[in-house]
Design a protein around this ligand. Structure first.
Ligand code: ADP
Ligand code: MG
Length: 330
């Protein structure tokens, strides 16, 4: 069973950044308003995510660690997914690849903790915590040196973690995110985004200013258009504010950060006539639709999607962006 857990874990958890993604998504699903992430040595020795979400009751802690146990959907609803999590795989996988400790306190319950290492859990114990959840993963891949060897430098892994946190912070502008990085014993806050207020567009604009900078925010065109059940929102920069590399293209489907060739291609196509070949548009695009029109369950890490009607989505992005660019005189 421990072996099965380790194999399955490999599909979800390739590197520290994938662990951070799973943990922060759980905090978002738990309704957290504030999420703090501490890492050390590129996340290889320490990942700790602290949130003020709904918490887990002591009796539910062992459940949270068992494979395919999720409190989020009832199995009959795989086509109608609105939470980040739904597979019930992350926590058992984390417990299989490192030393995992969950400390939590749900409303009206006592605080409690559970630890698991090498896939076997210790009994639930009382703990001290005023609310929310703290999940600590130490020494990821310590039991599988082969995987450890494939990790990149601490610096590269830290950067991948920063990237994951920023994408989730864009998806959740009303939530505060703080990322602290300890390397060589030296702790620094490497990213901080305080909860935005106002309507969703204001909040998103403020969050993008924090993450992409004032120049982006000042050059951003607001998108808000729909077609056949698909809604495109977000901000895309004027062609004058482009980049020399495709590093600032952020795509979200139903609130979930995704990497999708079709969506990236549509973004590029929209700017084709206004940008030279060596320049890349900067944009954060959000496509929302009925959950039944898109499959997010293509890959265990849930970063790929499959639209039932990709042509409509592509058309919406290309025409929505071209229209906004034309209105701005491009
Ligand atoms: P999934 O997110 O797919 O449900 P996970 O393995 O990531 O599966 O988490 C298992 C369960 O543990 C969740 O369904 C949730 O009930 C609980 N859980 C995990 N993290 C948190 C958290 N930060 N706050 C509250 N509950 C949590
Ligand atoms: Mg989860």
């Amino acid at each position: 069973d421990a072996a099965i857990n380790r194999i399955a874990a490999g599909e979800v958890l390739e590197r520290p950044a994938s662990a951070v993604k799973e943990l922060v998504e759980n905090s978002i699903d738990a309704g957290a308003a504030r999420i703090e992430i501490d890492i050390a040595d590129g996340g290889k020795t320490l990942i700790r995510v602290t949130d003020d979400g709904c918490g887990i009751a002591p009796d539910d802690l062992p459940m949270a660690l068992s494979r395919h146990a999720t409190s989020k959907i009832d199995g009959s609803d795989l086509l109608n997914i609105t939470s980040f999590g739904f597979r019930g795989e992350a926590l058992p996988s984390l417990g299989a690849v490192g030393r995992l400790t969950i400390t939590s306190r749900a409303a009206g319950e006592e605080a409690a903790m559970i630890s698991v290492a090498g896939g076997s859990a210790a009994p639930v114990r009382p703990a001290a915590l005023s609310g929310g959840t703290v999940i600590t993963l130490r020494d990821m891949f310590y039991a599988t040196p082969a995987r450890l060897k494939f990790l990149r430098t601490d610096r590269a892994e830290s950067q991948a973690i920063g990237d994951v946190v920023k994408r989730l912070a864009m998806a959740e502008p009303f939530v505060t995110f703080i990322l602290r990085d300890t390397s060589n014993g030296d702790q620094r806050t490497t990213f901080r985004a305080d909860a935005e207020t106002g309507d969703l567009f204001d909040a998103l604009h403020g969050r993008l200013r924090t993450i992409l900078g004032r120049d982006f925010a000042d050059n951003a065109l607001r998108l808000d258009t729909q077609r056949e059940g698909f809604h495109l929102t977000g901000y895309a920069a004027l062609p004058t504010y482009s980049r020399g590399a495709a590093v600032a293209q952020f795509l979200f489907v139903n609130g979930r950060p995704v990497r999708d060739k079709m969506l990236l291609g549509a973004l590029r196509a929209a700017y084709m006539d206004v940008l030279s070949r060596d320049r890349h548009p900067v944009a954060a695009l959000f496509v929302d639709c009925d959950p039944t029109l898109v499959d997010v369950n293509v890959h265990p890490a849930k970063s790929e999607v499959r639209f039932r009607d990709p042509g409509t989505v592509r058309g919406l992005i290309v025409s929505g962006l071209r229209h906004a660019l034309a209105e701005a005189g491009h």
